[in-house]
Design a protein around this ligand. Sequence first.
Ligand SMILES: [Cu+2]
Length: 129
Amino acid sequence: MRSLPKFQVALAAFALTSLSAFAADSTPKTVKVAGYVSDSQCGADHAAKGSNPSCVAKCIKEGAKPVFVDDAKNIVWTIDNPDAVKDHYGHHIRMTGTEDSATKQVHITSVAMLASPPAKTDKMDMEHK
Ligand SMILES: [Cu+2]
């Protein structure tokens, strides 16, 4: 015991870090987020080009997983319960559910169709003018 056992200090720090991470994860908050239902094959590409239901349906048929791409940050989220969006492939929606930003996964409890295009499309229009 000549020196302070660094390993134990590191272990204690690690335990504290993982405890707080666990605490954060155990309280998922419900969010309402607008975005596109896309697929794991094309990811955010569909959102950039606008709604493309036929490609999403085709990719999913070929084995890709449904994903959710939010309008605000263009993040591709995996969907914990893909059945929730099975009638909305390629649609612009507002989903209600919980998101886990650590694993980039959402659990969708309800889906509302959005008719209006996302902000991205507005930006693209402005660039064209
Ligand atoms: Cu696709």
